[in-house]
Design a protein around this ligand. Structure first.
Ligand code: GLP
Length: 249
């Protein structure tokens, strides 16, 4: 089953569309005295969405007081202050610029002792469940077809866990780490099942480099070797593309 797509000439238009959708959801929940639970992604793909949300905060008074966030993943091991940490990324790209209460932000902790990681991951799942599950999950996509860091071979019912990164993923991250040998071998990621439990899923992809994996994701058979294809089984998933990433559809 194909996933509905929205294709924009330029990625910035797609990013603004996604930011508007999130802002509308935040305001709708606020009117109901309720919180919006957002699943957030890192990487270069969502940065313009976050920039647009910051602009709306500054210029339109969009408040994040009623927003609760859960990030998809973090390298393991990883110190939050490191250049490459997703904690640092989220602070710089979004959280330091909006009025979200600190205790409403959740990002997998790359400093947890290995013996405690399993329990930590179970607790992460509990925290998501406690606030009623994720309302809107943002996703990018890796060249391997990973969502979060659910690499090929990830099961559709997988939960938050420690995984081993694919060689291609580590290659793609090499420049961030100034060399492939410095890219961590593992990561903590929400599972495919965690992601599919979200009420609504929005995947974004920009640029020609993503065109082949986008074609597989949308038109390919649902299979373990391309975890993003699992989105075809979600009833409220949407893929937002620019012309370049949609080129092979
Ligand atoms: C990393 C992240 C993913 C992201 C992917 C694509 O692997 N863990 O969540 O989707 O990179 O990155 P980019 O958006 O930079 O293309």
């Amino acid at each position: 089953e194909n996933i509905p797509t929205k294709i924009f000439d330029e990625s910035i238009q797609g990013s603004k569309y996604v930011a508007q959708l999130i802002a509308d959801a935040i305001r709708r929940k606020k009117d109901q005295n309720d919180s919006l639970v957002l699943g957030l992604a890192t990487g270069s793909t969502p940065t313009d969405v976050y920039a647009e949300l910051i602009r709306m905060h500054e210029e339109e008074g969009l408040s994040f007081q009623n927003v609760i966030t859960f990030n998809l993943d973090e390298y393991y091991p990883m110190q939050p202050k490191s250049l490459q940490s997703y904690v640092r990324f989220m602070e710089e790209q979004l959280f330091n610029h909006v009025d979200i209460p600190e205790d409403q932000v959740h990002i997998p902790d790359g400093t947890i002792e290995e013996d405690n990681v399993e329990q930590y991951c179970r607790d992460y799942e509990h925290k998501i469940a406690e606030v009623g599950g994720i309302d809107i999950q943002l996703l990018g996509i890796g060249r391997t077809g990973h969502i979060g860091f659910n690499e090929p071979g990830s099961r559709p019912d997988s939960k938050t866990r420690l995984i081993t990164l694919d060689k291609i993923t580590r290659k793609d991250a090499a420049s961030d780490f100034f060399g492939e040998e410095y890219v961590p071998r593992r990561a903590i990621t929400m599972g495919v099942g965690t992601i599919l439990d979200a009420d609504q899923i929005i995947m974004m992809a920009w640029g020609e480099g993503k065109a082949p994996i986008i074609k597989e994701t949308i038109e390919g058979e649902v299979r373990e070797s391309v975890p993003a294809t699992y989105l075809q089984n979600h009833e409220n998933a949407e893929v937002v593309l620019d012309n370049a990433s949609a080129d092979e559809l």
